[in-house]
Design a protein around this ligand. Structure first.
Ligand code: F6R
Length: 261
């Protein structure tokens, strides 16, 4: 696991946008794994700017979303499909027919979840998966207690997560859907490169538990320790509870030029 610590969020965005841009440039049919929430927003803005300057194209790419609320009407502005279109996909040249999200309105939700995993497999898997982390250590919407081998499925959000997401629902936590479909931790682990983004003091504890704590279903993001290619990009505040902070800085500052992210 590579941990990159930067002075502030703008540098985090620059580094992660660079990782995504390289995938878009180097692969014939790249598959991007997209997260919603606040953490990747700056990365999406960076990528949109690069597209507008003619520096990148996603015309040959596909994208799959990590998770989706269950129970919102399809035209609700806070579905994650609407969010990712508004914040990213509608501003670049990724074909909208190549944006895939879990079918939360399917009559047979379990079958739709299996189909989603199958679809990702048929696309050749995710090349780079962007991830945020919840304050309870959730990854996607795999809340504490999630199986480390889980597949895409229905999950119930914790009260803490619904409180955190109330900001998208007029600060009314009771309006936040109780259920979601999320890629499982086992599904997420199949992506070729996992990139976890975190900024600010509220992420310090979950980042420390995910990166340096025991691998445990109590901190679902700790499952990243089992993946061979993970990059954690954090600002100073989110890194503030890491014990090996000096080592991470030294390793990154002395990274051989031939070694990719
Ligand atoms: C979003 C997702 C969640 C968020 C997490 C952090 O698709 O899967 O795991 O990444 O809740 O949210 P923010 O970035 O808003 O702090």
């Amino acid at each position: 696991m590579e941990v990159v610590i930067t002075p502030h969020g703008a540098v985090v965005n620059e580094i992660v946008a660079g990782i995504v841009a390289r995938v878009l440039q180097s692969r014939a049919a790249p598959v991007l794994g997209l997260a919603t929430g606040n953490s990747p927003l700056g990365v999406y803005r960076q990528l949109i700017e690069r597209y507008q300057r003619g520096e990148l194209s996603a015309a040959h790419a596909s994208a799959v979303l990590l998770d989706e609320y269950v129970g919102l009407s399809p035209d609700h502005p806070e579905t994650y499909r609407a969010f990712i279109r508004r914040e990213f996909v509608d501003h670049i040249d990724l074909p909208i027919s190549r944006l895939f999200t879990p079918d939360v309105d399917a009559g047979d939700l379990s079958a739709a979840c299996r189909d989603y995993d199958q679809l990702i497999g048929e696309m050749g898997g995710v090349d780079v998966q962007l991830l945020g982390i919840g304050r309870d250590g959730h990854l996607g919407f795999n809340e504490p207690g999630s199986s480390l081998a889980s597949r895409t499925r229905l999950k119930t959000l914790t009260r803490a997560t619904r409180d955190d997401n109330a900001r998208y629902f007029d600060d009314r936590h009771e309006r936040v859907p109780r259920h979601v479909v999320t890629q499982g931790l086992g599904t997420i682990l199949e992506a070729r490169h996992l990139v976890l983004i975190a900024s600010g003091p509220a992420k310090a504890s979950p980042i420390a538990r995910a990166v340096e704590g025991p691998v445990s279903a109590m901190c679902p993001a700790s499952v990243l320790q089992l993946h061979p290619h993970v990059t954690v990009v954090v600002d100073d505040e989110a890194a503030s509870q890491l014990r090996l902070v000096d080592y991470y800085r030294e390793a990154y500052d002395n990274k051989p030029s031939w070694q990719d992210m």
